[in-house]
Ligand binder design. Structure first.
Ligand SMILES: Cc1cc2nc3c(=O)[nH]c(=O)nc-3n(C[C@H](O)[C@H](O)[C@H](O)COP(=O)(O)OP(=O)(O)OC[C@H]3O[C@@H](n4cnc5c(N)ncnc54)[C@H](O)[C@@H]3O)c2cc1C
Length: 595
């Protein structure tokens, strides 16, 4: 059986020493998040993750969801009790506006605890995770009436939320979508069409499900400019706002899939279902983007969370498993063999994962802080810079953390040898569960295109300039720091690669867009690696400044991982730059019929 321990100490170190959340009292909700509250929140989240969510992860995977002939869907045994504990803890509304039932705490904290929940049970955490995303979209774009009707019940966890974009013939290219919305006399709409792959579309956890649905109002323009967003509950609401009559939406089937078996993936049939417009007509994609951006951050954290739990299990297996002898002579001569940890290649695997996890966590939390600054700061300039960084880095966090997160799960599985392939150890589940995060919420290739095609050139390159300037200023400010020197040299080299790649794209992509398409994934990883290197430099600076003997082991590990990242991982940016600079020539030269 796999195990999981939430990394509370690491999160506290990041919040207090690296990101210094205590210096951000000007952000709404931060004054309320006193050090005591932060510790209490993290401890409670760790308890929920370890005691309620994790124990039903493996069994939930094996049992999966089941659909009955009447269209109802049963989640695995124990999911309902675990979900109820999650909802009762107030976790869904942690960072939401108290006027709608939230607790008004920093989103930074919500992001931190979401990693714990996902590591413990990715399938289960998707039900409340999607609910938070749907509530955010309603609160940003819905009318006051819709907000009052839906948001409090969703934040309380009494109702869950879904996002309905995908149709059989369209996933990435939403301009093709066919679901129709017809006006009714009372101002609402009738929705007709089929959506596929809808996560948490039907289940037995709550008394109602709130579907956010993209559809085209009759007569609307073709393409993405004719798409509107609607809210359509599973049960229509009576005058008091309680679920009553069943709406004309049903689950036609559920998918049998590679992973996340505990989360129902549904075909949803809308047969004239009653729905209400959210936001403006034909501006649905814009409204849905609130949910999608929120969900992209959550999916990025899924990559990290699976990598973390896989690492924890691989590290403890490597400590226990006796196999072979150290190349330098027996380390445990009294035992029949040394532990796997004596082997440099096993250490390489573990350190590659850990050096990614700890910087990935810092990156996710740094971005969550940018989100709080962008939405809550009283200072307009600070808001603008943070919004720029958030927009630029959201596809990077999603794409890089999930690509590397999946790779890391495979690496951690490798530490187990053949046992990693056997179900009871849980490692193959981490691999299967992590895989979807690279695909949904916009496949990673699309994240890379979004970065290169939209985010990079926006506002004359203001966001990437802000990032390059911030890292450059950090390097300059710490120039004479001898302890940081081994990290700053490689970071400076990576920053140079990023600058060259950005310039190359500016000079070569406008006239020949295939150059941008061929470079996109490498550029996303180059930017992501540099961001992770920057995070390690910030982490190391805080760690080097701390001589607390009570956490000497913790700080020693930080220093080792920082150095490992600088020496063994960051040099990959040179490779990424070299690939980018080759352009699209060879890639596009092979005629289609020869594939
Ligand atoms: C388990 C699961 C859960 C899901 N949950 C939801 C959900 O809750 N709600 C929802 O609406 N959808 C959901 N999805 C759908 C998911 O978001 C889509 O599968 C995904 O966006 C890709 O769309 P597609 O499958 O149609 O692939 P396609 O769009 O056909 O793309 C196929 C491949 O081509 C690439 N590609 C496509 N267009 C381009 C282009 N212009 N340039 C370069 N590359 C391109 C893509 O990156 C991808 O690798 C889920 C899917 C799964 C499997």
């Amino acid at each position: 059986m796999p195990s999981y321990q939430a990394p509370v100490a690491d999160v506290l170190f990041l919040l207090n020493d690296v990101l210094r959340m205590q210096d951000h009292d000007d952000l709404a909700g931060y004054a309320e998040a006193s050090p005591d509250i932060v510790v209490a929140v993290l401890d409670e989240a760790a308890k929920l993750a370890g005691q309620q969510l994790q124990p039903v992860n493996l069994s939930g995977d094996q049992e999966g969801c089941r659909r009955a002939a009447d269209g109802s869907v049963q989640t695995p045994k124990g999911f309902k009790a675990a979900y109820d504990a999650y909802a009762e803890g107030g976790w869904i509304g942690l960072a939401f506006d108290p006027a709608y039932g939230g607790q008004g705490l920093p989103y930074l904290l919500a992001a931190a605890v979401s990693e714990f929940f996902i590591s413990a049970n990715m399938s289960l955490s998707m039900y409340p995770g999607l609910t938070a995303g749907a509530a955010a979209a309603l609160l940003t774009h819905g009318s006051e009436e819709l907000k009052r009707l839906y948001a409090p019940k969703m934040l309380e966890g009494r109702w869950t939320g879904t996002m309905n974009l995908t149709e059989p013939h369209c996933g990435t290219d939403l301009g093709l979508l066919k679901t129709r919305a017809t006006r009714r006399d009372d101002g609402s709409f009738s929705l007709t069409g089929q959506k596929i792959f809808i996560s948490a579309g039907e289940h037995d956890l709550t008394e109602n499900i709130v579907h956010l649905v993209l559809a085209r109002i009759e007569g609307a323009p073709a393409g993405v400019k004719g798409i509107s967003l609607f809210v359509a509950p599973k049960f229509l609401l009576d005058a008091a706002g309680n679920p009553s009559e069943k709406n004309a939406v049903s689950c036609g089937s559920i998918e049998h899939k590679m992973g996340i078996h505990g989360n129902s993936t549904c075909v949803m049939n809308y047969d004239g279902a009653q729905g209400w417009l959210v936001g403006e007509e034909n501006r649905g994609l814009n409204a849905m983007f609130v949910m999608m951006n929120e969900a992209r951050l959550m999916v990025g954290v899924q990559g990290l969370a699976q990598s973390e739990v896989a690492y924890q299990n691989a590290a403890s297996y490597a400590r226990e498993r006796l196999q072979g002898r150290a190349l330098t002579g027996a380390k445990s001569p009294e035992k029949p063999a040394d532990s796997l940890l004596v082997h440099p290649d096993i250490r390489r695997i573990l350190l590659e994962i850990r050096a990614f996890n700890e910087a990935g966590r810092a990156f996710a939390l740094w971005l969550a802080l940018q989100s709080d600054i962008a939405h809550r700061s009283p200072d307009a300039k600070a808001r603008e810079k943070a919004a720029d960084l958030l927009g630029l880095m959201t596809p990077v966090l999603k794409g890089v953390l999930t690509d590397r997160g999946f790779d890391n799960c495979v690496k951690a599985q490798q530490v187990f040898g053949g046992h990693g392939y056997i179900v009871e150890w849980g490692m193959e589940q981490f691999v299967r569960d992590a895989r979807i995060a690279q695909i949904y919420e916009g496949a990673n290739g699309i994240q890379a295109l979004d970065l290169v095609g939209r985010k990079l050139p926006a506002n004359g390159g203001r966001a990437i300039t802000a990032f390059l300037t911030e890292v450059g200023a950090f390097l300059k400010a710490n120039d004479g720091d001898e302890a940081l020197k081994p990290l700053l040299g490689p970071l400076s080299a990576s920053l140079g690669h990023l600058q060259k790649a950005t310039l190359w794209l500016m000079q070569n992509a406008l006239a020949a867009p295939d150059n941008a398409g061929a470079a996109a994934t490498d550029y996303m990883h180059l930017l992501g690696l540099t961001a992770l290197g920057y995070m390690w430099a910030k982490i190391a600076k805080a760690a080097f400044a701390d001589a607390d003997p009570a956490r000497a082991d913790f700080l020693q590990a930080k220093r080792a991982c920082a150095l490992f990242h600088a020496e063994r991982i960051l040099p990959e940016t040179a490779l990424r730059l070299a690939r980018i600079q080759t352009g699209a020539g060879v890639t596009m030269s092979l005629p289609a019929e020869l594939f």
